[in-house]
Each structure stands twice: as C-alpha cells, then as structure tokens.
Design a protein around this ligand. Structure first.
Ligand code: PMP
Length: 304
C-alpha cells in the first residue's frame, strides 16, 4: 500500500504518498490506541460524492472523545480535508481512511505528552467481500472468540484496538475456508461481523441485534431507514446464532462490505442459500442511493 503515487493529507497538508510515514516508536503502534474511519465516495451523475461524510466525521470525533484524545482540527476542517484528498488523487470512487493517532513523542502507556496526528488516505477499493459475494452471498463462521464486553474497549468508538479481536476471528474463519467471521458477545448473543453489522429476515420482517458490543454502523442505520421507507418492519432484539440458521435471509452491512448477502452460517444453508428477495431489493436501493439515483436522500451525499 505504501509504494504508490498520489497524496495523503497529514497534519494539515497534502504530502506525496510515499512520504506519508511515521516513526517506529509511534505510541499508537505500541499501545493500540488510534481512532479511525472507513468512508466511501461514489461516482454519481453530478460528480463524486462522499457518502454520509458528516456522520463519519462525527463518529471519528466521538471515538476520540471516548478515549479523551484531542483532535487538533475541527470537524469542518477534517470534512473539507476528506474532500480535498479525493480531489487531489483524482478519484471518481474510492475508500477513505481518516485516522487520528498518538505520535512518537513519548513512550509508556499514558499518552500524555504525545502529539495527536491526523492523516487521511484515499484509494480505489472494490467489493470488500468480493463481487461474487455481493451477488451470490458469502459463507460465514461463528468465531470462538467473543466480541469485547461492553466495559472493555468501548463499543461506540471505532478504535484500532477492537480490530485485534476482529483479526483473531477473521483469521480463524478464513483459514478454514470461510469468507468472514461472525462474533458473539460475552453473553453468547450475536454481536456483529469482524468488520460488519448483521441483519436477518424471517417471514418478511427484518431483525437486527440491539447494538451493545458491536459498532453503530452508518450503513446499518442507512439500511434501516431504506427498509422502513420501503414499508418493512425493522425489529431490534437479541439474536442467537441459531436464529440465523433458520432465517429466510441474512446479510452484512458496512462501508467496506456495503450490503453483502450471507448464504451460509456454520455450514447451515440460510434460506435458499443465495441472495434473497428482500436483500436484493435493499442492496439495489443502497447502490441507487450511494450512486446518487435517489433524490430523496440527496442530503447524505457530499460532493467533492
Ligand atoms: N462493525 C465493525 C467492527 C466495523 O469495522 C464496521 C465497519 N466500519 C461496521 C460494523 C460497519 O460500520 P459502517 O457501516 O459505519 O461502516
């Protein structure tokens, strides 16, 4: 990833891609505390637009607030910087990665005395779980590792340290040939995917786990609104792994994963074992929306 042309925004200015580096004694590298976002920009008829830029920027600041990290820029500055990165790299559609981290000014667990640095990179990134996954659905395995208890790493924060847990789960699933991992919470209820939220559909009703130890996904909230506007009932309640085994349909949502159908969990075929009809409809609405074809949701698109 580091050897390419283009520009990365770092601490207030655009720097050539290969020069956007940090020291090996970077505090966040050692102690795992950086807060970040995953954002996408899509090509529309009216130009490139960043999807839900305000909500992603707000979540970044909320993550920092939870960890008492002072980001030395305003929300407006970072929202504008995200647009600037897309323009500078001449990207029509892309993934953006804003990150705030502690620098190499000091060592030791307390970050006091370390400077907060902010970087924003953007690059083209296709379907996270594969084009085929978007169309045919993916195979998922329940992880033996639980999602963090709500009083461990703070689930409302999108913080790097959560992802060591995601990596354990993802490696376990993918080494056994599955596409992605599903994590349960410490009570045993469904939390989320390693980098996605989950929905299940049964008898025409859409269910999603009450968000406790999972991340409050922006795609999740988007899909809940799209589903409600299409007249579906969306119910939030505790979900067990076997609720998914006997569901008619299931899918993951996420900025990277977009809307990805799940065709199998733990070797149990879900429904017909393919992208189901309601998932198909919601996925199509989602792509219409992010590509600027649904004027009623135009407020969610920030043109660069
Ligand atoms: N859960 C986790 C652990 C994630 O990493 C992500 C991706 N950011 C999500 C859920 C989905 O969140 P969003 O829709 O805001 O990308």
């Amino acid at each position: 990833m580091s050897d390419r042309d283009g520009f990365i925004w770092m601490d207030g200015e655009l720097v050539p891609w290969r020069e956007a580096t940090t020291h090996v004694l970077t505090h966040s590298l050692h102690y795992g505390l950086s807060v970040f976002e995953g954002v996408r920009a899509y090509k529309t008829d009216k130009g490139t637009a960043i999807f839900r830029l305000k909500e992603h920027t707000d979540r970044l600041f909320n993550s920092a607030h939870i960890y008492m990290m002072q980001i030395p820029f305003s929300r407006e500055q970072l929202a504008e910087a995200q647009k600037e990165v897309v323009r500078a790299n001449k990207l029509e559609s892309c993934y953006l990665r804003p990150i705030a981290f502690y620098g190499s000014e000091k060592m030791g667990v307390s970050p006091r005395g370390a400077k907060v640095h902010v970087a924003i990179a953007a690059w083209p990134w296709g379907a996270y779980l594969g084009e085929e996954g978007l169309e045919k659905g993916i195979r998922v395995k329940t992880a033996s590792f639980a999602r963090h208890h709500v009083n461990v790493t703070m689930p409302r924060a999108k913080v790097a340290t959560t992802y060591a847990n995601s990596i354990l789960a993802n490696l376990e699933a993918t080494q056994d040939g599955y596409d992605e991992a599903l994590l349960l919470d410490t009570m045993g209820f469904v939390a989320e995917g390693a980098g996605e939220n989950l929905f299940v559909i049964k008898n025409g009703t859409i269910y999603e786990p009450q968000i406790t130890s999972g991340l409050c996904g922006i795609t999740r909230e988007t899909v809940m609104k799209l589903a409600a506007d299409l007249g579906y009932q969306v119910v939030s309640r505790p979900i067990t792994r076997d609720d998914i085994y006997i569901a008619d349909e299931a899918f993951f949502t996420g900025t990277a994963a977009e809307v990805t159908p799940i065709r199998e969990l733990d070797n149990r075929v879900i429904g017909e074992g393919k992208r189901g009809p309601i998932t198909t409809k919601l996925q199509a609405r989602f792509f219409d929306l992010v590509n600027g074809r649904l004027p009623e949701y135009a407020d969610w698109l920030a043109y660069v």
